[in-house]
Design a protein. Structure first.
Length: 105
């Protein structure tokens, strides 16, 4: 089982390298298409991306039910637009996960 664990850690490291800070204004098209997913600031963005890529439906559902993961709301989008917010983002196709920039753990 050590090989599986090593593969998972390698994949997590790859996801971490693909994470970047980006202006919300550059992400609006993903919001408009319904592909922008907000990740609560108390979750690790890389871990959420990893779990989504692994299709861990039970954990994803738990986060959604707790309000920690879900589509970006109109109110969030408007606030980020008004403040010219920088967010952490990572793609887990077809989704773009976003989190306020002070939150990467």
């Amino acid at each position: 089982m050590k090989t599986i664990s090593n593969e998972q850690e390698i994949y997590r490291a790859k996801v971490n390298l693909e994470t970047a800070r980006i202006a919300w204004k550059e992400l609006q098209r993903f919001f408009a298409s319904g592909a922008a997913i907000h990740v609560s600031d108390d979750l690790d963005l890389v871990e959420v991306a990893f779990q989504m890529s692994q299709d861990n439906a039970a954990l994803i559902q738990q986060w959604m039910e707790a309000g920690k993961l879900g589509k970006v709301t109109d109110a969030q989008a408007a606030a980020w637009f008004e403040t010219d917010a920088l967010l952490w983002a990572v793609v887990v196709s077809p989704w773009v996960l976003v989190q306020p920039s002070g939150s990467l753990q």
